[in-house]
Write a protein that binds this ligand. Structure first.
Ligand code: FES
Length: 145
């Protein structure tokens, strides 16, 4: 039921880990299943995403979509990163079964949350970026998972 690309990114996820002193960190939860994802972005002075890492407590489809999403935003500028929607990620993975579409939202939302964090830290506004609804980092204890 999964494409070869999904299986590849699930079994060999790219960019797993954390970035110390990241430019922006976004943590989001999936309202449907309770799974959690955190994305770290390292953004240089020119607004280019030099590095990206993710950690997830989520299903296989969440792992695969996050892995692909990190590949798609790496080396891009902020505006290009905003264009990496869950739809774009699913296309890059040759599709997901309908029941797993919601999983692909985690990666998109986590990237947006990390960009929001970066913008807040730097006192800038990113055109077209809205405050992520599902950002669960605020006011919560840091937890290891
Ligand atoms: Fe929770 Fe896929 S079932 S992210």
């Amino acid at each position: 039921m999964y494409s070869e690309k999904v299986m590849d990114h699930f079994q060999h996820p790219r960019n797993v880990g954390e970035i110390e002193n990241a430019s922006g960190v976004g943590t989001v939860g999936n309202a449907k299943c309770g799974d959690i994802m955190r994305i770290y972005l390292d953004i240089d002075d020119n607004g280019i995403i030099q590095d990206v890492k993710f950690k997830t407590f989520g299903c296989g489809a969440a792992v695969a979509t996050s892995s692909m999403a990190t590949e798609l935003v790496k080396g891009k500028n902020i505006q290009q990163a905003l264009e990496v929607t869950n739809k774009a990620v699913m296309e890059a993975l040759d599709g997901l079964p309908p029941v797993k579409v919601h999983c692909s939202l985690l990666a998109e939302e986590a990237i947006h949350a990390a960009l929001w964090d970066y913008a807040e830290k730097n006192g800038i506004k990113i055109e077209g970026l809205e405050k992520p609804k599902t950002d669960i980092s605020e006011g919560e204890e840091e937890e290891e998972y």
